[in-house]
Every structure is written in structure tokens, then in C-alpha cells.
Design a protein around this ligand. Structure first.
Ligand SMILES: Cc1ncc(COP(=O)(O)O)c(C=O)c1O
Length: 366
């Protein structure tokens, strides 16, 4: 039996009657835009994160773009990491900012601000990559307490750093509700989280054609609201998020037990003390094998392993004329050629995790 990287069908089938009821109830209200289910979800997610404001928007990319725009990064430098999904970097450019990149820590794969040698950036945007709770204090230690931090929390729903939820650690955070995320919608969706009243006010205008009052537009905005139908589904899923993250962590622990003795596999970093990783992705590293061959063999044997991400940002074609494309980022570049993401989703059976581990070990030992 094939084991995909992520299986959304199982979740859908298990909760189908709840989803059907919610969709029909919400649709019958005909409040398709900015309806009550959206307001309720924004309030619930804000409470869950421990922030004052959550604002639903069209996608994670929009959440980051609107945050940066609202803060006013036009012409300013925003530092992020070289090993992330392309949307992190695109959001900076979309908001008119200048992208600066830095390498990542070899143990945690998270941003390594100490490796950055350029002028102090105006904003730093770390990514809690794979759901690992990155410690934003490290950025303050490097650039000072006043440095503006905007979290890319698109993979970090439910993760906790030292008792605080990821998404509540900086000036603002962007979340994605892409269907495969730990909190995933039935389509695209995203949210901004912030404690800052002015920033929230600005984003409410920017997501609504530049004004909060109908036909009054005081700045250039766009159209990026989270659909009421999506919010109804997300509200339901939010009440299960911690339990689903716990199931992911059980599978992660099983992978650790089964693969821990293999000398050529580097397991993901352990979660820091007083913290929680949501295990969005379980990413191992192979230093002594041909990663692409191993991945090919896994895929041929029905294991839906993947790579997050195969091409670092500075090597993406879109950025080939940028200054940073000429820099070298040795850690992120090396890691990109060695990592494999193993199947991971809450409904994954223990027997499936065992099959993935067995298949992988057989390939590595062959
Ligand atoms: C780290 C990261 N940033 C940004 C995004 C963009 O989110 P979206 O696909 O909702 O636009 C994603 C997810 O796709 C992501 O994983």
C-alpha cells in the first residue's frame, strides 16, 4: 500500500459529517464575505495564540506581504533565511522591500543571524521551518532589542517557544492555511497575528481595497479576505489542532526510535526545553548517500517522501540578477542536497510509520 507524504482524505472522511454540516450552515447564512464564522475564527485563533488581533486573509503569502506593507518596508531591507519556501522571499519583494539573505544553523536548520555580515536590516523575518520553534531572542541578541521581527509562522500552527505560541513572538506573524498545513483550509487561506493595534488597523484596510468604510479608500489596498466558509472549517479544525499535533509527535517519536541507530541518518533536532514542535514535516538528512537515488527508490516503493526545499532561495532563477545570488550560503546549500521529508500526517498509522522506516533502512543498507 502506498504511503503518501500527506493524506488529506483520511481527515476528511473521519469528520465528513461535521464538515458537511458546517459548510451548509455557513452557506445558508449567505454571509460569504466577512461573515460571523470569520469573526469567530479570528477571535478564537487570537485567543489560542495569545495575541490581540488575528485577521484572516487570502493566503500565507498575502499574510506576510500585507504585514510587511503595513509596517512600511518599501525601500528597506528585510533579512530572511536561504532555506525556505519561495513565498517568504516573494512577500518581501511584493511589499517593496529589499531582500537580504542569511545562512542557517547546521543543527536546527533555522535562521543563523550570526552568519549575516551585512548592514543591520530594518526587519528580520525568521521562518519556524518544519514547525520547529525558532528562538527569536537570538535575533535580538545579534541586532538589539529594538529590531523588528516578523515571523513566518506558515508552518508553525500550535508550536510553542518557552511557553509562548509561535506567531506571538514578534511585531506580527503570517500563517498559511494551505490544505496540507497542520491547520489547513479547503483551499487557500491565511492570517495575520499581531498585538499591535495600528498594524492591525492598517491590514484591515489593506485587505479591503485600502479602506474599512465602503467606498472610502484612503490608501492603495487589494482584495484579500479569508472566506467565511473557510473560516467555519478552520474554526472546527482549530479545536482539534493540539490533538492532531500530538498524533504527529507520536509518529515522529516512533521514527526517532526506529531510525535512531542508523549512523548515516541525521534525525531532526530535539525540541528546546519548555517548547513544543508541531512536527509539520519530519525531515531527515543523509550525509553519506546519494539523496536523489534514495528518494527515487522510496518513491518507487510507494513512499511519498519529498524535499523541503530542493533549491535554496539564492539559486532560484527569479533572483539571479540580485546581489545576494553571488554570495555563498554553505550550510543551506549543502543541506538542500541531503534532506528528505518522510510521510507525516496525524492520521498516519503506526504500521505505516514502521513500513516507511523499514523501507528506508533497507534502501540505505542495500
Ligand atoms: C514557510 C512558508 N512561507 C510561506 C508560505 C506561503 O503560504 P501560502 O501557500 O498560503 O501562500 C508557505 C506555505 O505554502 C510556507 O511554508
Amino acid at each position: 500500500m502506498a504511503i503518501p507524504l500527506v493524506n488529506l482524505q483520511r481527515n476528511y472522511q473521519k469528520y465528513e459529517s461535521d464538515y458537511s454540516r458546517l459548510l451548509l450552515e455557513t452557506a445558508s447564512s449567505c454571509q460569504f464575505i466577512m461573515g460571523n464564522a470569520l469573526k469567530q475564527f479570528e477571535a478564537d485563533f487570537a485567543e489560542y495564540l495569545g495575541v490581540k488581533h488575528v485577521l484572516g486573509v487570502g493566503s500565507g503569502t498575502d499574510a506576510l506581504t500585507l504585514l510587511l506593507k503595513a509596517h512600511g518596508v518599501a525601500g528597506k531591507t528585510v533579512l530572511t533565511q536561504n532555506n525556505t519556501f519561495i513565498a517568504t522571499a516573494l512577500a518581501i519583494g511584493n511589499a517593496g522591500g529589499k531582500i537580504a539573505l542569511c545562512d542557517v544553523d547546521e543543527q536546527t536548520y533555522q535562521i543563523d543571524a550570526d552568519s549575516y555580515t551585512g548592514p543591520t536590516p530594518d526587519v528580520v523575518m525568521p521562518v519556524h521551518l518544519y514547525g520547529y520553534p525558532y528562538d527569536t531572542e537570538k535575533i535580538k541578541a545579534k541586532f538589539g532589542n529594538d529590531i523588528v521581527i516578523i515571523e513566518d509562522a506558515c508552518q508553525a500552527h500550535g508550536s510553542i517557544l518557552n511557553g509562548s505560541r509561535c506567531g506571538s513572538l514578534g511585531l506580527g506573524a503570517g500563517f498559511s492555511f494551505y490544505p496540507g498545513k497542520n491547520l489547513g483550509a479547503f483551499g487557500d487561506g491565511g492570517a495575520v497575528a499581531t498585538n499591535d493595534d495600528n498594524l492591525a488597523e492598517e491590514i484591515m484596510a489593506l485587505r479591503n481595497w485600502g479602506g474599512r468604510i465602503k467606498y472610502v479608500h484612503d490608501r492603495e489596498g487589494g482584495n484579500s479576505r479569508l472566506d467565511t466558509l473557510q473560516a467555519a472549517i478552520l474554526g472546527f479544525k482549530l479545536s482539534h489542532l493540539d490533538a492532531w499535533n500530538q498524533l504527529r509527535n507520536e509518529r515522529a517519536e516512533q521514527y526517532r526510535q526506529l531510525l535512531g541507530d542508523c549512523q548515516t541518518i541525521i534525525l531532526p533536532p530535539e525540541t528546546p526545553a519548555n517548547s513544543l514542535q508541531n512536527c509539520h514535516l519530519f525531515v531527515i538528512r543523509l550525509k553519506e548517500h546519494d539523496r536523489d537515488q534514495v528518494l527515487k527508490q522510496l518513491n518507487e516503493q510507494g513512499i511519498g517522501a519529498g524535499i523541503h526545499y530542493p533549491v535554496p532561495i539564492h539559486l532560484q532563477k527569479v533572483y539571479q540578477n540580485m546581489e545576494f545570488a553571488k554570495q555563498s550560503f554553505p550550510v543551506s546549500t549543502t543541506i538542500a542536497g541531503q534532506i528528505i521529508s518522510l510521510p507525516m500526517f496525524p492520521e498516519m498509522a503506526a504500521s505505516e510509520t514502521a513500513t516507511v522506516a523499514e523501507t528506508l533502512l533497507a534502501i540505505l543498507n542495500s
